[in-house]
Design a protein around this ligand. Structure first.
Ligand SMILES: Cc1cc2nc3c(=O)[nH]c(=O)nc-3n(C[C@H](O)[C@H](O)[C@H](O)COP(=O)(O)OP(=O)(O)OC[C@H]3O[C@@H](n4cnc5c(N)ncnc54)[C@H](O)[C@@H]3O)c2cc1C
Length: 393
């Protein structure tokens, strides 16, 4: 690549959303610059990051169609047969699906999804990977092509369309002057794998306990005795937990799980994620579009971030392809992506945030309200149907 290289599209960020978008453009005859801050080795063999991604049936279909599914080792894919939501010390559980029924979805380690996506774009015609280079600035100008992207080594490239896929704290979004609603929640989520005595039976548990939220997610394991344990607490408490020795950590987690799992043993590393939700004021405009977390940064509790990102990039790729030689950076064209993806995301984003508020508020009225909400949910068929559709669509 030389100074002043031009491309049809510059994609900033080779995370799951950016990679999926590039893959979705295969065969479209477009030149694409894929710019990523991490070194290529980290994309080729991503390190385990603790995230077990719950995929909906729709996402599974998309990954199959993109030729990514077969790149994920089958023995690392865990069926999700039933989901249970628990509140505090109550024995009542709102349940979705049955342990012996069709799967609600699957759980796959994030690094394996990222690896599969990267493999799928390698050698793709028209794609230039610029790994180990960060975008330092970008703008949409009157010149043609209108997008200007400046890398951290001072190189400038131009593109008809800039696509921001650079995470929920998107620098590109800021540089393009697009605002966002950003909620820093002051809490962190710690994720790790733990071995335990009881077989998990491919059941996921979301437990909104008083003062802590715990999710137990079934991991692919021949004996079904490994789960991903996801604990949400105030950020300093999570930071402290990650410094405990594995033995002290296991004792502490057994105390926190109050007998739900016993014989706990840490398997591998612990990872902490500070929680923040974001909603971009615009998803697209003249010469640019935002995808993945850069558009919508979901709270992980309902496991929709990547699922939504996958859906959004598919929409954008379809819109770009529909230009058929026309102006792919046209604000009018991109407005149809913005409309469709905002519609797909809005209720999920708001609904998830409302759920988090209801289930983390510690006042007595809030506790009463969530107990009532769970029981109403169990007996209200339309409510359950809507939630199940959200999980499996
Ligand atoms: C604990 C946890 C559990 C989750 N579980 C689920 C789940 O079960 N289901 C689900 O659907 N989602 C889940 N998610 C959400 C999912 O992980 C995210 O939605 C997804 O990773 C977002 O992908 P992305 O590509 O938009 O952004 P990111 O993964 O953040 O990738 C952004 C990329 O951009 C690069 N970048 C940033 N700035 C620059 C720059 N200036 N120049 C060049 N490159 C740059 C970064 O290096 C990075 O590679 C979970 C998230 C967490 C934290």
């Amino acid at each position: 690549m030389t100074e002043g290289s031009t491309f049809d599209i510059a994609v900033v960020g080779a995370g799951p959303a950016g990679l999926a978008f590039v893959r979705s453009l295969a065969g479209a005859g477009l030149s694409v610059a894929l710019i990523e801050g991490q070194a290529e080795a980290g994309l080729r063999e991503p390190a385990y990051d603790g995230r077990e991604i719950a995929l909906t049936h729709r996402s599974m279909r998309l990954l199959r169609a993109m030729g990514v599914w077969d790149r994920i080792p089958a023995d690392h894919i865990s069926d999700l047969r039933q989901a249970r939501v628990l509140d505090g010390g109550s024995a009542f559980a709102l349940t979705f699906g049955a342990a012996d029924a069709d799967r609600l979805g699957v759980l796959i380690p994030n690094h394996l999804i990222r690896r599969g996506l990267f493999e799928s774009v390698q050698g793709q015609a028209g794609v230039t990977l610029m790994a180990g280079r960060r975008v330092a600035g970008c703008a949409v100008e009157a010149a043609s092509p209108r997008g200007r992207v400046v890398l951290d080594d001072g190189t400038t490239i131009r593109a008809k369309l800039i696509v921001a896929a650079d995470s929920r704290f998107s620098g590109v979004r800021d540089q393009l002057g697009v605002g966002a609603e950003i909620h820093r929640l002051g809490r962190s989520m710690m994720v790790c794998r733990m071995r335990h005595d009881q077989p998990h039976g491919h059941v996921a548990t979301e437990w909104f306990d008083h003062g802590q939220t715990v999710a137990l997610l079934p991991v692919a394991d021949p004996e079904q005795r490994v789960s991903s344990v996801v604990l949400t607490l105030a950020a300093p408490a999570i930071a402290e937990l990650t410094t405990l020795t594995p033995q002290a950590f296991a004792v502490e987690m057994e105390r926190r799980l109050k007998g739900r799992l016993t014989g706990l043993e840490l398997v591998g590393t612990r990872h902490a994620y500070p929680l923040a939700t974001t909603w971009s004021h615009r998803f697209a405009g003249e010469g640019f579009a935002l995808i993945g977390d850069a558009a919508v940064g979901m709270h992980p509790v309902t496991a929709h971030g990547f699922n939504l990102g996958l859906r959004g990039q598919e929409t954008l790729a379809r819109v770009v392809r529909s230009a058929r030689g026309g102006d792919i950076g046209s604000g009018r064209l991109l407005a149809s992506y913005e409309r469709e993806h905002r519609l797909a995301s809005w209720s999920l984003y708001r609904g998830t945030n409302a759920l988090v508020r209801l289930f983390t508020e510690e006042t007595p009225p809030a506790r009463l309200a969530r107990g009532a909400a769970l029981r109403a949910g169990q007996v209200t068929a339309p409510f359950k149907a809507v939630v199940k559709r959200m999980l499996t669509a």
